[in-house]
Design a protein around this ligand. Sequence first.
Ligand code: PLP
Length: 442
Amino acid sequence: MNELTDWQFRDARTVWHPYTQQQDWLSDNPLVIERAEGVWLTDVSGRRYLDACGSLWVTTYQHADPRLKAAVSRQLEALDHSTFFGATHTPGIRLAERLVELAPSGEGDDRRLTRVFFGSDGASVVDAALKLAYQFSVQSGRPRDLILHLENSFHGDSIAASSIMGGRQSQSTYGPLLLNTHRTTSPAPADGLDPAQAAARALDDLERVLADCHQRCCALIVEAMIQAAGGMLPYHPSFLQGCRELADRYGFLLICDEIAAGVARTGQMWATEHAGIVPDIMLCGKGLTGGVLPMSALLTGDHVADAFTSPDTTKTFFHGHTYAANPLACAVALENLAMAEELDLPAVARAKGAVLGALLEPLAKHRAVRDVRRLGVMTGIELAASLPRAGFRVCAAAQERGVWMRSLGDVLVIMPPLAITEEELAQLTAVVEASLEDVFGG
Ligand SMILES: *Cc1c(COP(=O)(O)O)cnc(C)c1O
């Protein structure tokens, strides 16, 4: 037995993987990764794979970045972990200050995101945001328990986050456990509508829903500018502007989930900046530490936080995660944000995204491709799926050719680390094209 298959067998005996039917696991020939550097992953048998999805959207710039590694080592010498419950620490304070400085500020909107609550992964701050929005409504004297979300949305896999998932398997499987929420139309282009029309239709539908239920609605949660796990579906910024206006008109909180799109990859530091609005609550996660350590953060403004500051202890926000604001994660997030500024990563995402877009242009005409969509480097290639598991099969073919990709159903996802060179982008798109031929025939 070679080394790879030995590790695969050991894995299959003991490990249970996320979103994985273990029955098929071994026959799907999973990669067993041992090292990573730049945009390349290396498996236990020494084969290299281009990491086309930034290790599921976390690797902002590159693997094994010397600055990020040095930041973790320095912090490890000083302080490994110390709790945020009842005490604080310097890397946590610094990171909160930095996030507030970097937070979006809209023109003509004096709302500012001035307060940071740390979580440990994306779903933990999604839960925090929903509890916060509900409690805010109660403490502002207008108790409201309904949360609105969008079709095609994804906000994580906790029970609360599963309750605001836009119509996927887990909603039917876990239905009886979920919160009472209401789903409204996605602003992503569909049914022959262009982006502006699709955004207008979604806003009309949202307004109609609100006409019925605005007195019960405490929050609307949306993925900023692109519905990522729903199939890489970018939408028109007028939708976010309309949501901002409706939130102000009806007095609910607008929560922008930037967990996938935040930190440069859409071509702006925060995706909401494409729309020039300031949400009431902003969530970030995935790319915050550049892909080194799990960490997430919730940002909100004084207009929300003030309702929690009171001599009445029942007005406390009763939420917290043990590893929140882990000092190593804070230190590496600070360094990652410094890199984002110094290397102007939003501009890098715009430039590399444009190169990727040009390289993919011929593919858009491929008979097996229905649509190619992109915002910055966040890219989806929707297959005209005439085969079962078409997305998976193209990814498996790409793996044979040295590219690691993951599909969302029939959508191939490309979201490379921003250090990828133009040469590597060309290599990547050539492999995607060859893999389509492998699966759909020449
Ligand atoms: C991945 C994701 C989450 C959940 O983050 P986890 O760290 O997996 O809990 C939430 N929202 C969006 C938009 C995401 O893409």
